[in-house]
Design a binder for this molecule. Structure first.
Ligand SMILES: Nc1ncnc2c1ncn2[C@@H]1O[C@H](COP(=O)(O)OP(=O)(O)OP(=O)(O)O)[C@@H](O)[C@H]1O
Ligand SMILES: [Mg+2]
Length: 258
């Protein structure tokens, strides 16, 4: 990790009319760091994630990102082209529902290859080889390369979505409940896989989850949200082993009971 933040968030606020989506959220994310955003349903996790990743506009505050040239840019000042470029190259976004992050009507190989072509790769043989390598890395048999995601199981679709996002070597990956819709046993393997890929590639990531076990396994830091506000923020082990806020204590206690 370096001492310069990759992302700097200042009083980020998103209101929906008079309803609070998220309010006054500030934090910094450093290269190589995995941040988990946890909290109950409706606490503002997705709203915040969408605002951080330029999928939704803030109504107050700012988010700045360190571009590859080292310059810190306020995301609100980027042109549409610059924003799209970031989304294709520097960033990944893993949706809870793989169908939202995949093209269901084209082959698995094309789903991966499309991201490579978006960053300028035009060599068919290399694209196909890389796509096949990536299928292997996410534990999908290479023989399935010409199958469409519609012929895949939920777990395979999610792994394909991860491959599609990571193939271009993004610097920052946003994930919204990446293991949300899956069986517990499938979840555990997917988490292991995510953890090793993210570690290997030295990525930074922001992972939204309501599952503290996911946060424990993947993240360095945890931010706990309630009613649109961050109520606790700290190193993962500290927050889970010694929660300070009464609400976090309740969350932690509730998983110990099961
Ligand atoms: N498009 C919208 N229009 C109006 N209000 C919205 C909209 N999207 C979210 N909200 C409200 O903002 C608040 C935060 O919602 P958000 O979806 O960010 O929560 P969440 O923490 O992601 O919940 P979940 O765990 O259920 O996905 C909620 O009160 C929600 O009703
Ligand atoms: Mg959500």
């Amino acid at each position: 990790m370096t001492d310069l933040p990759l992302l700097s968030v200042r009083s980020a606020t998103r209101l929906y009319g008079s309803r609070v989506g998220c309010e006054d959220v500030s934090f910094e994310l450093y290269p190589g760091e995995i941040l988990a955003i946890v909290g109950e349903s409706g606490s503002g996790k997705t709203t915040l994630l969408n605002c951080l990743s330029c999928r939704m506009a803030l109504t107050g505050g700012s988010v700045s990102y360190r571009m590859r040239d080292g310059a810190m840019r306020d995301l609100a000042t980027l042109t549409e082209a610059e924003r799209r470029f970031l989304m294709r190259t520097d960033w990944g976004f893993v949706h809870q529902n793989p169908a939202d992050g995949l093209r269901m009507r084209v082959s698995a190989g094309a789903n991966i290859g499309e991201r490579m072509m978006a960053v300028g790769d035009r060599h068919y043989g290399r694209i196909r080889q890389t796509a096949e390598d990536w299928l292997g890395r996410v534990e999908i048999p290479g023989a399935r390369i010409d199958d469409r995601p519609t012929a895949f199981s939920g777990g395979m679709r999610q792994r394909l979505q991860i491959a599609r996002n990571l193939v271009t070597g993004p610097r920052l990956v946003f994930m919204d409940e990446p293991t949300g819709g899956l069986d517990v046993s499938v979840q555990a393997r997917l988490l292991d896989l995510l953890r090793s890929l993210v570690g290997e590639m030295g990525l930074s990531a922001i992972v939204v989850t309501h599952d503290l076990a996911v946060a424990r396994l993947l993240s360095h830091r945890i931010m706990v949200m309630k009613e649109g506000h961050v109520i606790e923020h700290g190193l993962t082990d500290r927050v889970l082993d010694d929660p300070q806020h009464a609400y976090t204590q309740l969350l932690v206690a509730s998983i110990l009971e099961v």
